[in-house]
Ligand binder design. Structure first.
Ligand code: HEM
Ligand code: HEM
Length: 151
């Protein structure tokens, strides 16, 4: 099998046994992980008072503290899933069309936001945190567009 044949769109994916449903599952996993990471925002805004009412002050404080710990691990899972999904889809399709470019821009935006996230976790910075959130909002718009472009 010669090299140029392998590079024909779709061929390499078949040869190494990748299929679109793997990529699709990963695609939806990115969304699930990102939503889990993004829960930090409503938890901060409304979580503690609601929890206090349900389980009391001490338990609420503990649950709230624990809930903060999932942010970074789920954020990292989201980006790992995004890079894997993009790579698998590119190998399967063998070309970058509009849909892939929109997805790729989304992945680059997320990587950028996470670099900022890593900086904020070392040293708190309100502006960087706002930019971290604003980039995720932009990425969400790109991703909804990306999913909408899937025929
Ligand atoms: C954070 C970034 C991304 C997210 C959240 C995401 C999410 C998704 C989701 C949920 C689907 C499934 C849609 C459906 O079931 O109809 C999908 C499909 C697809 N994605 Fe992504 N994606 C991202 C980045 C990328 C990148 C970078 C590429 C390629 C370079 C890509 C290529 C594709 C392709 C080709 C499909 C269509 C699969 C098919 O229906 O056969 N995506 N994406
Ligand atoms: C999909 C992934 C992610 C999403 C959607 C996301 C979203 C957010 C949101 C909405 C906030 C604001 C919460 C608030 O204070 O109201 C935030 C804060 C923050 N994020 Fe992320 N983030 C993600 C990934 C990450 C990653 C991977 C890191 C670290 C490497 C990170 C580090 C931080 C830090 C340090 C804060 C500030 C928390 C604080 O003020 O104590 N984020 N993020």
């Amino acid at each position: 099998m010669n090299q140029s044949f392998l590079l024909t769109p779709g061929v390499l994916g078949n040869v190494i046994g990748l299929n679109a449903s793997m990529g699709e599952i990963l695609g939806w996993s990115i969304i699930a992980f990102a939503v889990a990471a993004g829960l930090l925002f409503p938890l901060r805004k409304w979580g503690r008072p609601v929890l206090r009412r349900i389980v009391g002050k001490t338990k609420a404080a503990k649950a709230y503290r624990n809930s903060q710990k999932i942010h970074i691990p789920f954020g990292i899972l989201a980006v790992v899933a995004a890079v894997s999904h993009g790579t698998i889809m590119y190998i399967i399709e063998g070309e970058l069309t509009g849909r892939e470019w929109v997805g790729l821009t989304g992945v680059i935006a997320i990587l950028l936001a996470i670099v900022l996230g890593a900086k904020i976790s070392q040293k708190r910075d309100k502006t960087k945190k706002q930019v971290h959130m604003a980039i995720f909002t932009t990425a969400a718009v790109l991703i909804v567009t990306h999913i909408g472009m899937t025929p």
